[in-house]
Design a protein around this ligand. Structure first.
Ligand SMILES: O=C[C@H](O)COP(=O)(O)O
Length: 314
């Protein structure tokens, strides 16, 4: 991740706004309905989605072998004939590989020489219900293992109780524990009830120094949705206007199709502009989206769909 760290600001609860859900739903629906990306443009956007993907495995039965296979896929996400058919000069690579802390060293070794960073979830992922000192120790462990990006989870109770200073202090302490690693703050928006809470939590995470704000762990009942994404993008925009600091966005959880990859990029393009359509400011967190992207690109190149089992992994 080449973008400089977000230095954060003091806590500023006056920056919160009330978010109108029906209006957000309408705007999110119209964004998708109005934009249809076809042909070579679609292929280019799908290749960009690969470059912006945090290729993820966060399952209870993860093993070093699974992580090594995932890392091999991160290095070579497309078959050679697709890369040649698209006329790409080089094999694309994913934006990062995202794993649990105990698998960071395996991923670092498997990605050696590729330049692909390892992201680690931490802070008692996915619920975060652990004493703060243990959550901070987990961050330091993941960084020591070689993680360059840390995906933290926030204490949802701080949001639900409106305890903004506690949320700010928690994220600021996590920011400090990350050292030079980038901090991505998972808001677990499916647990936050209102879009106004999503907006306020976004503001506090950014003020406390988050480099990215991320929707979901993939474990909540509701994961990344467009109205939530819209709300978070508006918070990023407003934070930049107020402070000049630039923060990235990561939708994550439940995204499985190439169409999802296109829709999220349309949201970025429309709400934050072209500058956000790159891995330093945009990531798609997904464990099972790459296969459909590869399938659609294969169709673009060959004119026919390969069987699903041809693109089984990730
Ligand atoms: O951060 C990434 C998510 O945990 C992935 O969620 P997913 O397994 O639903 O794609």
């Amino acid at each position: 991740m080449t973008h400089p760290h977000n230095p954060g600001t003091a806590l500023d609860c006056d920056s919160f706004i009330a978010v109108n859900r029906p209006a957000s739903n309408r705007r999110a629906a119209s964004l998708i309905a109005r934009r249809s990306v076809k042909g070579p443009y679609q292929a280019a956007w799908l290749v960009n989605a690969i470059a912006c993907m945090d290729l993820t495995t966060l399952a209870g039965d993860d093993t070093p072998d699974r992580v090594r296979r995932l890392c091999a896929k991160a290095r070579r996400p497309l078959a050679d004939e697709i890369v040649a058919g698209l006329g790409l000069g080089a094999m694309p690579q994913t934006g990062a590989v995202c794993v649990y802390p105990t698998l960071v060293s395996t991923a670092v070794a498997a990605l050696e020489g590729s330049g692909i960073p390892v992201a680690s979830v931490a802070t008692g992922f996915p619920a975060g219900l652990m004493p703060l000192d243990l959550r901070l120790a987990e961050i330091r462990y993941a960084v020591d293992q070689g993680a360059q990006e840390i995906d933290i989870v926030i204490t949802r109770a701080h949001v639900l109780g409106g305890n903004w200073s506690a949320l700010y202090d928690e994220v600021a302490a996590m920011r400090a524990a990350c050292g030079t690693a980038h901090l991505k703050a998972i808001l677990a928006t499916g647990d936050l009830v209102t879009l106004s809470n999503v907006y306020a939590a976004s503001c506090v995470a950014m003020q406390a120094g988050a480099d990215f704000i991320k929707t979901s762990t993939g474990k909540e009942g509701v994961n990344a949705t467009m109205p939530v994404g819209l709300t978070m993008c508006r918070a990023i925009r407003d934070y930049r206007a107020a402070t000049g600091h630039i923060v990235g966005f990561k939708p994550a959880g439940g995204m499985k199709t190439a169409k999802d990859a296109l829709n999220w990029q349309v949201l970025m393009r429309e709400e934050l502009g072209r500058d956000w359509l790159r891995p330093s400011l945009f990531r798609l967190g997904a464990s099972s989206m790459l296969a459909d992207i590869e399938r659609q690109l294969s169709h673009y190149v060959t004119g026919r769909y390969a069987a699903h089992h041809r693109h089984a992994l990730a």
